[in-house]
Design a protein. Sequence first.
Length: 70
Amino acid sequence: MAKGIFTTGQHVTLQSRVGLSPRVPADFKILMRLPDNQGQPQYRIRNEDLDHERVEQGSNLELVDTQTSA
């Protein structure tokens, strides 16, 4: 998968939190891909626990491994 390309339902975290309030959650779920912004993919993401949604560039998202290792 190309860097910054995600699918609906995947769990991601923000790579950079510069300029964000400490109250902004760290973990999100991809809701949908939005139209590219200057050639960069962007996504609507949501944290269910805090009922927080935002739009982020794919380059600022990192896939979270939700599989647990035995």
